[in-house]
Design a protein around this ligand. Structure first.
Ligand code: 5AD
Ligand code: SF4
Length: 372
């Protein structure tokens, strides 16, 4: 999602005559499009900003911006403690960036963080970092409020883009030679809610599938509580939809899932995967796991290890828990020691590596369609 936002920002600035340079030292404007999902991502930004302080002193014409979720979350901190920063712009305000940059000569620091509904805007100089595969936003924000997650707090409530805009964007991409799109949303299964023309995610997939010249459709991310037979049928029946589902489990322990406010139990997840595999036998599966959530005991972690063995995802992203105020879990004691988090992280990574390798080996000698 951030990559896509960066493309949009690049496009808007290109319309104003800015150009991307390869080396940071050659840039007159440096924009950090930030992520707040874990502390580590934010630490890298503050580290980079500190490094730029000296250059900004020598070169006051240099413009530095902090954009995205961290700008939304830490607007006060950025304004007070980082005098080198000129503009601070939240994810709902990215369309203001060119104007704000134009004004930095007259005003000291500029802030745009209204966190309201994000307006849609067609950008003529549509920049894409890829040449055959592109990201396409279908919705913004999230209403789920998983207890650990900062996203609803910084990206605001869920808003779906109208089908027409999405289809037009994809048709434009196909005309430019793109073969594959990845539809983006924090929770794609609830696509369509709140739109005047009622539509479900499956219906959107059907409409995208009908676009001539497009070869592949991917999407991310689905929430297990909302992933149902209709979605699985779309994966099975629509020829362009890739046989892959990224379905974050987060934890194999029902106690932890409950504390995470995920609204499903491990057994529900397992049953859904069994149904999907019955319908689409060779489906590729991936997941996200958080280890070290507050009060995660050895037996909770073992439940996650067991889940990994049982489900046998093709790949898994594993994250160490990181408290994100004002997300609700940040009020729980972050009581799993760092060494234990590290140990569990490494343990799970090794287990997944073993499973991924075994799964990959079963494909040796098989015939697969590959996008080159
Ligand atoms: N700590 C660790 N991992 C997190 N994620 C989201 N919030 C946190 C957090 N506070 C992970 C989840 C999510 C992925 C994008 O990032 O696993 O699915
Ligand atoms: Fe965060 Fe949960 Fe929404 Fe995903 S579904 S963005 S983890 S609140």
């Amino acid at each position: 999602m951030n990559n896509r936002d960066s493309e949009l920002i690049g496009g808007m600035l290109a319309e104003k005559g800015y150009e991307i340079v390869e080396e940071e030292k050659d840039a007159d404007v440096i924009l950090f499009n930030t992520c707040s999902v874990r502390q580590h991502a934010e630490d890298r930004v503050t580290g980079n900003l500190r490094k730029l302080a000296a250059r900004k002193k020598k070169d006051p014409d240099l413009r530095i911006g902090v954009l995205g979720c961290m700008a939304q979350r830490h607007q006060d901190l950025l304004l007070k403690e980082f005098p080198q920063v000129d503009i601070v712009v939240g994810p709902s305000n990215i369309y203001d960036i060119p104007d704000l940059l134009a004004k930095t000569d007259t005003t000291e620091k500029l802030l745009a963080v209204n966190n309201k509904k994000r307006p849609g805007k067609k950008i003529e100089a549509d920049q894409r970092s890829g040449v055959f595969s592109a990201f396409v936003n279908i919705m913004y924000g999230c209403n789920n409020f998983c207890s650990y997650c900062i996203v609803p707090h910084v990206r605001g409530r869920e808003v779906s883009r109208p089908k027409k805009n999405i289809l037009n964007e994809i048709k434009g991409l196909v005309d430019r030679g793109f073969k594959e799109v990845t539809l983006l949303g924090q929770n794609v299964n609830s696509y369509g809610k709140g739109l005047t023309n009622k539509i479900t995610f499956q219906e959107l997939l059907e409409a995208v599938n009908d676009i001539e010249g497009l070869r592949r459709i991917r999407f991310t991310t689905s929430h297990p509580k909302d992933a149902r037979k209709g979605l699985f049928r779309a994966i099975k029946e629509l020829p362009k939809v890739c046989e892959h589902l990224h379905l974050p489990l987060q934890s194999g322990s029902d106690k932890i899932l409950d504390l995470m406010n995920r609204k499903y139990k491990y057994e529900d997840y397992k049953e859904k995967i069994a149904l999907l595999r019955e319908m689409v036998p060779d489906v590729g599966l991936s997941t996200d796991i958080i280890i070290g959530f507050p009060s995660e005991k050895e037996r909770d972690f073992e439940a996650t290890e067991r889940a990994m063995e049982e489900i046998a995802w093709n790949s898994a992203f594993i994250f160490k828990y990181s408290p994100r105020p004002p997300a609700v879990s940040s009020f729980l004691k972050d009581d799993v020691p760092e060494e234990v988090k590290k140990e569990r992280n490494t343990g799970l990574l090794n287990l997944q590596k073993r499973i991924s390798l075994a799964k990959n080996k079963t494909m040796i000698g098989s015939e697969q369609e590959v996008l080159v």
